[in-house]
Design a protein around this ligand. Structure first.
Ligand code: SIN
Ligand code: FE
Length: 291
């Protein structure tokens, strides 16, 4: 079962003792969730109006790119865009600080990607089965290949009414991969170049990406797996933060509203133990190189 590891950090910029570094790094790579119950992200008084599902208009989330400072998917007016940008920018900086302080081993390799603000009530969201994150899955995105990188995410529940974010967490990556591997197909020759040339993918889809996408879909489409596989419920209270490898840990977000999330990519080679990565697990199970 997924392990939840309590980390007693109360400040985004807190210097941690090395015993915490080692413990956090080991458990994270083993497929655990680092849970920081005392670490909340404070929403300023002027930012409180953003805690509304209307902020995202038709899109599910608002996204922010720290490298360009660009905001996407929001419905706010020009006048309001700056404070929203600044709130998301602050979360991006804080998450980065937190990672550097808690997991200094990753400092050299980590790549900061998008920041997202998730103002929708999960339980009321209607989507296709493939986009339905209330179904257990590992993260893999059709248009954003990772090639050989890990997906590490920081989440913070900023619900102003004190409502928890309710997740389900599933069995180990190796178990899920072994379950579906016999039915997964190898990529067709030339498909990666084709997808990139047509603009369907932002970069080359590796054989690893190809397998992960199929795994994501198989898990979500399989109602027997959804209902009967080993799993547990976990509630992340308002005012708490958690960190996990969402490409490894089967997860489903069942209920909750208002969450900030920061995505990081980490090359498998920058891990303390690369053999624990989904890439290496799949390579071992298929007996072939996947990047
Ligand atoms: C997901 O990554 O599947 C959704 C997590 C969340 O929004 O809580
Ligand atoms: Fe996910």
């Amino acid at each position: 079962m997924t392990k939840i590891i309590n980390i007693p950090i109360a400040d985004w910029n807190q210097t941690c003792p090395s015993a915490i570094h080692e413990h956090a790094l080991y458990e994270l790579e083993e497929g655990g969730v680092l849970f920081l119950p005392q670490l909340g992200f404070t929403i300023g008084e002027d930012e409180a109006p953003f805690l509304s599902p209307k902020i995202a208009g038709k899109s599910k989330n608002v996204s922010f790119d720290i490298s360009t400072r660009k905001l996407r998917g929001s419905s706010v007016s020009e006048a309001e865009i700056r404070p929203l940008q600044s709130m998301m920018h602050r979360f991006a900086i804080y998450s980065n600080d937190l990672l550097f302080n808690l997991l200094p081993h990753y400092k050299a390799g980590i790549i900061q990607s998008r920041t997202s603000f998730r103002p929708a009530q999960i339980a009321e969201r209607l989507t296709s089965w493939r986009k339905d994150d209330t179904r257990l899955h590992v993260d893999s995105f059709p248009s954003s290949p990772v090639q050989d990188k890990r997906i590490l995410r920081v989440f913070s529940n900023v619900n102003p009414k004190g409502l928890s974010r309710r997740w389900r967490l599933g069995e180990s990556f190796e178990r899920v991969a072994s379950r579906y591997l016999p039915s997964l197909s190898s990529p067709v020759r030339g498909i990666s170049q084709f997808l990139q040339l047509c603009g369907i993918t932002r970069s080359r889809r590796s054989a690893y990406d190809h397998f992960m996408l199929q795994l994501h879909d198989r898990m979500k489409a399989d109602m027997n797996y959804q209902l009967n596989s080993g799993q547990m419920n976990y509630e992340f209270p308002a005012g708490s933060t958690w960190i996990t490898y969402t490409d490894q840990v089967p997860h489903a977000a069942m209920a909750g509203q208002f969450c900030l999330e920061q995505t990081f990519y980490l090359p498998v080679a920058s891990m303390q133990d690369p053999s624990l990565s989904p890439l290496r697990v799949l390579e071992r199970l298929t007996g072939r190189k996947l990047t």
